[in-house]
Write a protein that binds this ligand. Structure first.
Ligand code: BGC
Length: 366
């Protein structure tokens, strides 16, 4: 075990501890980093898939509890099919018919979700071993992860150099900054796939009260591909503009909820045109523990996913994860943007730098 905190640092200065975490089936060494901020909030990240393995935040009495789903060991992440906590790329969410065109050239991807491509393909960024570097920032302990996605990987063009930085800020916020450059025109849509349960593991998230800053969402077809419509949320179970329990309408007889087996939809965030700073996307409150999670982002969309397809996954500490045992708020460009000219573009060209950031802010309500 190596402690990377500066020698002579005050005990409450925050720290980063690195430990070996085993090897992938093809022999690559994987590490686990445990970051602790000055307030005592703690998070573990593995270099395998850059996954957030645990995130311990205080409840209203100050007691720390783990608010994300994950696995006890590397093996769980190697076998994972649900993207627990992972970095998702090169293209988060779905691309219809696993195909898109750029400048008249058609790119064919693997169909790993019915007819479609999901979350970067068969071996997405969630299955890559990332190179980690501890970086010092004033705001709290941080870890920079980098990965080179080679030209042609999973059918995408261009050597894509990706950097994802996790900053555990001393005010109990986790900021994730994503950057990428390419040497050929390509599409990029990076996100983090943490599954949150603010009450801690074990129960469901139906009583979590959610607010989403969206007047519209993108309805989907049976393959969960957006139809292209931006539909008004008014009068639908997708209206979370006033805080509403996730479970309040999830079983309603609604075509979109049926297609998603619950919520599995992209919300169009209410952001002013040209806005570059992060704005509030969503706010979730667990009334029992008092934990509050606010999601701030520079992205135009957020995918609300109520773990509809979790079907008895063996998670940390012997807990079994089932549908509705967590919610995801995946900040993103809209699904299938490479095929939808009216959606914000996910194209990255040589000479440009992709840069997005998302902050998960944890507080409590008394
Ligand atoms: C997708 C779901 C999918 C889940 C896990 C979400 O982003 O929208 O349909 O089941 O990720 O892969």
């Amino acid at each position: 075990m190596t402690t990377l905190a500066p020698i002579g640092a005050a005990p409450n200065a925050g720290s980063t501890v690195k430990k070996p975490w085993g090897k992938t089936p093809d022999g690559q060494a994987v590490d686990l980093y445990v970051l602790t901020n000055r307030a005592g909030m703690e998070m573990a990240i593995t270099t395998y898939g850059g996954a957030v393995v645990s995130l311990k935040t205080p409840d209203r009495s100050g007691k720390l509890g783990d608010v994300v789903l994950g696995y006890d060991s590397l093996e769980g992440y190697v076998n994972d099919k649900a993207y627990l906590g992972a970095i998702v790329g090169r293209y988060g969410n779905r691309i219809a018919h696993a195909q898109f065109s750029l400048d008249g050239k058609t790119y064919t991807l693997a169909k790993n979700n019915g007819e479609n491509s999901l979350h970067g393909g068969i071996k997405g960024f969630n299955k890559a071993v990332w190179t980690a570097k501890e970086i010092s920032t004033r705001g709290g302990p941080s870890l920079e992860l980098s990965y080179l996605s080679k030209d042609g990987e999973e059918g995408f063009a261009g050597n894509l150099k990706v950097t994802v930085t996790y900053l555990l800020l001393d005010n109990n916020a986790l900021r994730i900054e994503y950057s990428a450059t390419t040497d050929k025109k390509t599409v990029v849509n990076l996100t983090n796939h943490s599954y949150f349960n603010l009450a801690g593991p074990g129960g469901d998230i139906l009583s979590t009260v959610l607010m989403v800053e969206a007047d519209k969402f993108t309805p989907v077809d049976a393959g969960l591909i957006p139809t292209g419509e931006l539909r008004d949320v008014s009068g639908t179970p997708f209206d979370f503009r006033k805080p509403t329990a996730i479970g309040a309408r999830i079983e309603q007889d609604d075509e979109q909820l049926k297609l998603g087996h619950g919520y599995d939809h992209n919300f169009v965030l209410r952001r002013a045109a040209g806005e570059r700073a992060e704005t509030l996307a969503a706010r979730a409150v667990d009334p029992a523990s008092g934990r509050v999670l606010e999601v701030w982002t520079t992205e135009p969309g957020v995918q609300l996913y109520t773990s509809n397809f979790l079907d008895g996954v063996k998670g940390k500490g012997g807990v079994t994860y089932t549908r509705r045992s967590a919610f995801c708020l995946e900040t993103q460009h809209f699904p299938d943007s490479p095929n939808q000219a009216k959606f914000p573009s996910a194209v990255l060209s040589p000479g440009e730098t992709y840069h997005t950031s998302t902050t998960f802010k944890f507080t409590v309500e008394k």
